[in-house]
Design a protein around this ligand. Sequence first.
Ligand code: SDX
Length: 427
Amino acid sequence: MAETATLTFNGTTLELPIVTGTEGERAIDIRHLRNATGLITLDSGYGNTGATESSITFIDGEKGILRYRGYPIEQLAEHARFTEVAYLLMFGDLPTETQHTEFRRQLSENQFMHEALTHHFDGFPENAPPMAILSAMVSAAGCFEPALARADDDDHFLELAARLMSKVRTIASASYCKSIGHPINYPRSDLRYTANFLHMMFSLPFRPYEPHPVVVDALDKLLILHADHEQNCSTSTVRMVCSSRASMSAAVSAGINALWGPLHGGANAAVIDMLEKIRRSGESIKTYVERVKTDPNTKLMGFGHRVYKNFDPRAKIIKEACDSVLQKLGIQDPMLDMAMELEAVALQDDFFVERKLYPNVDFYSGIIMRAIGIPTNMFTVMFAIGRLPGWIAHWREVRMAAGGRIDRPRQVYQGPVARDFVPVENR
Ligand code: SDX
């Protein structure tokens, strides 16, 4: 007999079906609730609401588990390349050698921007936020690449995905070069995805940048760790935009804007700003932590998570990588020592323990990006480059869903009740 939940209201009893996921998660299926009872549910912030069933990423927030299509994040970060993980997320399985080679070929074939697009950069002020440029240019790329603006074309999905993944990397590096008055670099055909990005970011006409293997591996690992995270704010945004049958570039452009917020993808830069502010003020870590506890407007950036009520497994991996990258590159960054002291103080403080606040993916990621030479204002762009295959995978999952309906949540209205118009002379 199928499991149900019983709802009794106003003399009506309703048996609501229970949906069980492959990892044993259970949900009350309320798809027929309003028709049967006239009731809707209310859950601002969606902390208790499943928006969809999905097969892409599994998170167990209590146990600190994260798996992409069933593969533990620890194993993917250790053994896979970012392009393999991108393929896994989008298609459901790790690519064979042939499939991976074809995907990489598509990425290389599509890494150029339409020359007319490069002139758009001149329209931005030098201090334009890179996330604003990225979002605008992804939308603009859709105008020059009709394929990106095509909605229902799964036959060309691999090419579409490769186009967007490759363009975003080129656009991101170009926006950085323009922001510091450097010429835009063209991609090199002899470099793989991540190394090519670093080349396009840092090469100069008189001094080509040769990506250091330690730096390439560190950035590749960071991109893997950011590649997907189930129904987070920006991914849910991409899914909602996709549900209206908008194009992949339109949905991704919306996702970039959602990621930009300091409570979401903007937190990696906010962590460094926070550490720098503490260092400049000369106040002790303990004093700052006391301020966080007493001032509701002061957050410990890089701490806390809606889902993880234990360690964010990505934070653990990045913290370990921090030590190794800084050591291999011979870099002493006082920020790392400060971050580790901040973590130690917070994790022994009841305020954080009671609220189950632990370091999240953003707490240490900025320290690695600083070591690589990426400027703080590009940190969230790096998050977007990493998250892109996840967004594309979710776009495809929505697009391929049989009988896909447009997302349209309901509300509980709390405004004025019906009233008649008042002519201005009587107001
Ligand atoms: C990402 O969803 C995802 O999966 C996101 C992400 C992904 O990969 O896509 O993991 C990436 O966005 C990571 C989070 C990055 N943001 C930050 O580091 C910003 C700082 N963190 C907080 O703003 C907060 O923890 C959130 C936004 C991450 C989560 O917010 P919630 O779930 O709404 O937390 P909450 O407000 O319900 O917090 C519960 C309590 C509250 O205190 P009380 O009202 O109970 O007294 O904990 C407090 C909060 O004020 N709290 C914090 C805190 N986070 C929560 N207090 C101080 N510092 C913090 N960081």
